[in-house]
Design a protein around this ligand. Sequence first.
Ligand code: G
Ligand code: G
Ligand code: NA
Ligand code: MN
Length: 253
Amino acid sequence: LALDGDLRSALAHGQFRLHYQPKVSLIDFALEGFEALLRWENPGQGMISPGEFIPVAEETGFIVPLGDWVLDEACRQQRAWLDQGLDPVPVAVNISPRHLRHRTAEDFRRIVDRHGLPPGLIELEITEGAVMQDLDHALAVLGALKAMGIRVAVDDFGTGHSSLSYLKRLPITTLKIDRSFINGVPLEREDAGIVTTIIAMADMLGLDVVAEGVEKTEQANFLRHHNCTLVQGWLTGRPVPADAALDLLAKRL
Ligand code: G
Ligand code: G
Ligand code: NA
Ligand code: MN
């Protein structure tokens, strides 16, 4: 188990990396975006999954500087790809509940501006839980981010407690359908119903919709048939290091 001091030392010693998982169109299998996923390359233990240390960082408050580092690193990488003449796609960064509570839209914008990035090339992924913990703050931050042109997605959609009346008021661009629902598609009737309902709701609200955790062709076929054409999952691409992500970007040119 990671301890707070280990995490602080890991950040100071440059042991964190971002991997990038493609978001892909089911129409033509074109690359449409990346989600940045944090990795800890521990010299003694090898690669440590964020599932093992994000909860500790959230508990201790270290998630605030760590989350700032993640956003800064994603922006730095996006800038480097732009400078290499690549045709960029938006890069999404996960913002944890405590990080969101402790930052303003200006704080996030300052990081994006530091790299001279067009704001539309960065997306923040926020869970329903993070929004509901401090709804007034979240509404203010998300509204200001949207006005700045920074994209905002609700992550793990369907697993939290946000009511539809809040969803209507949330200034967001995208819903990401949680992979627990995609898991049961197409065979489980309940999951299939939930997924088609979320797709219809996103359409009605004018939001983009991304299906997470797509592993099988039958899942992709179901989603395509129900007009969900953006997917992220092992079927269309695992998270890869920055150099492999660059190869995916270069293929688009
Ligand atoms: O990539 P992996 O499946 O190991 O991620 C496990 C969990 O860690 C997921 O819930 C994912 O959202 C979360 N996670 C990955 N990278 C980040 C990050 O940079 N910040 C935060 N807050 N969570 C992350
Ligand atoms: O909580 P969040 O949705 O950010 O979690 C993203 C995590 O889901 C990443 O850590 C990634 O490794 C994992 N993931 C991505 N695609 C798939 C998939 O197709 N199947 C499974 N089981 N996990 C996936
Ligand atoms: Na995410
Ligand atoms: Mn998710």
